[in-house]
Write a protein that binds this ligand. Structure first.
Ligand code: GUN
Length: 167
């Protein structure tokens, strides 16, 4: 059994709508009012939520999406590539590897970005944890459209990244 199959079994991971697998391991019982710029349904947010998140060879990409809340990522095993596109179009696409080899073991992605992730060539998997604060709600989540990708990076670059859009 590969380490990714073992992780799915041991941690009880299930398919994530973004691609990859996840399990919510905590949802803080304390709540706050939804910040003004967030969806007001529901009207409150849990203070934090925490998940495991895994990419493996059967589900090797997390499709472009955004969350209102900042997400703090913690590396556990394997390597991943993160692709961030600033939503305001003011800066270039950001791409970096995470894991022991690159030395990037913790990274934060705010709501100012569209985010996708994938496994580098030859990598078996990437297991991380993510803490979202205020906590995750689907109402604060959005998948990126092809039109938005083209608008932000132009036709040429969009060709390079469109495989990371949710079909
Ligand atoms: N349910 C579906 N996706 C997610 C996610 O990314 N985080 C949390 N906490 N719950 C989810």
């Amino acid at each position: 059994m590969s380490w990714t199959e073992k992780a799915i079994e041991q941690l009880g991971l299930i398919p994530h709508p973004e691609g990859g697998y996840f399990k919510e391991t905590d949802r803080a019982t304390s709540t706050i009012s939804a910040p003004a710029s967030y969806s007001q349904s529901p009207p409150t947010r849990n203070l934090t939520t925490t998940i495991f998140y895994l990419l493996d060879s059967r589900s090797p990409k997390g499709h472009f999406h955004t969350n209102k809340s900042p997400t703090t990522h913690f590396h556990h095993r394997g390597r991943g590539i993160y692709v961030l596109i600033p939503k305001d179009g003011s800066r270039d696409v950001i791409e970096y590897e995470v894991g022991q080899e690159s030395g990037r073991l913790q990274w934060i992605v705010t709501g100012e970005y569209w985010k996708a992730s994938y496994l580098p060539e030859g990598e078996e998997g990437c297991l991380i944890s993510e803490v979202v604060a205020p906590g995750f709600e689907f109402d604060d989540h959005e998948f990126m459209s092809k039109e938005e990708l083209v608008r932000l990076v132009g036709e040429e670059k969009a060709k390079k990244y469109e495989w990371l859009l949710r079909k």
